[in-house]
Design a protein around this ligand. Structure first.
Ligand SMILES: Nc1ncnc2c1ncn2[C@@H]1O[C@H](COP(=O)(O)OP(=O)(O)OP(=O)(O)O)[C@@H](O)[C@H]1O
Ligand SMILES: [Mg+2]
Length: 313
């Protein structure tokens, strides 16, 4: 449904998107995840025919975004980063106006407005001026606008940014519901956001795609390294040396806290039993011993941190 091949976009001499390729199949819900400035909005603007790319190919719903932009627009619903609305218009008037622009006839328009009003929970504000609506409701108006022509593909740029936790939850459940009969691509810089709504994640950083896969696949990729965490009472040097001697341990770090050593043991396998036995042998006390897998969050934070480090070099 969305095909992107070697797409690049420059702003002057600054490369915002650097030869990226990905595809989104019909019916999929895909998260486009990356830190601020990664190139998410730039890519989305190319896909929604907002601006042209400098190189590469992209097509949406089978239409080339460069050559058939009018066809692409017909099949795409786009929720931009900040929704441009007319504050003096009432919600119904605005949706009428947008429906007209989309070329819907009167009856078709009324039916479409009824459908999106219900879908986006707008009934109670339908006759209120947009300028009086809270941010969450404005976001819903933006979504209703994106849906008015019943597009095959929905592209949502940071759909829950600036919403309170209750509204975030409602919007996520709405998006999941929409994904039942639309192909959805949404961008976010927050991993839990993408994990909560999407089946597959494409991670972009500094204009390049650095990882992609289902959440389970990505988790598998990062699951190689484990940490075992322990709280041990014993001599710092002795404990560290004793733990380093255990087979499979690659690193040991510890710090004193309230008379206990908080020890982080980097390892490739489960060493908890060996840690326990070392403690018994050496007369140390243990009050905590647990294993932690590397999380997707750690992986994403690492990517963001390396981007930040490179940016300040
Ligand atoms: N109109 C513009 N003119 C010049 N540079 C731009 C313009 N828009 C974006 N950029 C630059 O392109 C890069 C990618 O920006 P983009 O807005 O696509 O990032 P993003 O992933 O959407 O970030 P965010 O999470 O902050 O929305 C950034 O370095 C940004 O500064
Ligand atoms: Mg953006």
């Amino acid at each position: 449904m969305i095909e992107v091949r070697n797409l690049s976009k420059y702003y002057g001499s600054r490369c915002a998107v650097d030869k990226i390729s990905f595809s989104v199949a019909e019916g999929e819900i895909v998260g486009f995840l990356g830190p601020n400035g990664a190139g998410k909005t730039t890519t989305i603007r190319v896909l929604t025919c907002f601006h042209p790319a400098d190189d590469g190919q992209a097509s949406v719903a089978g239409h080339d975004v460069f050559q058939k932009s009018m066809d692409v627009r017909k099949h795409v619903g786009y929720l931009p980063e900040s929704v441009p609305l007319y504050p003096e218009m009432r919600v119904r008037e605005y949706l009428q106006f947008r429906g007209k622009i989309r070329g819907l006839g009167r009856a078709e328009r009324d039916a479409a407005i009824g459908r999106v009003t219900q879908r986006c929970w707008l009934s109670e504000v339908i006759d209120r001026p947009i300028g009086q609506l809270s941010k969450g409701y404005r976001q819903r108006v933006g979504l209703a606008d994106a849906l008015i022509h019943n597009p095959k593909v929905l592209i949502l740029d940071e759909p829950t940014v600036g919403l309170d936790p209750g509204q975030v939850r409602e919007t996520r459940s709405l998006i999941r519901e929409l994904a039942q009969d639309h192909t959805v691509m949404l961008s976010s810089h927050i991993l839990p956001e993408v994990e909560a709504t999407c089946k597959r994640i494409i991670i972009i950083n500094r204009g390049r795609i650095v990882a992609s896969g289902t959440t389970a696949e990505l988790r598998e990729r990062v699951a190689g390294d484990h940490n075992t965490l322990a709280e041990i009472r014993g001599p710092k040097d002795g404990v560290e040396a004793g733990l380093r001697a255990i087979t499979g341990v690659t690193d040991v770090r510890s710090e004193q806290r309230d008379g206990w050593l908080r020890v982080s043991i980097a390892t490739r396998n489960d060493v908890r039993e060996a840690v326990f036995q070392a403690a018994m042998k050496n007369g140390w006390s243990i009050r905590e011993l647990r294993r932690e897998g590397a999380s997707l969050e750690d992986f994403f934070v690492k990517i963001v941190a390396s981007a930040a480090a490179q940016a300040t070099e």
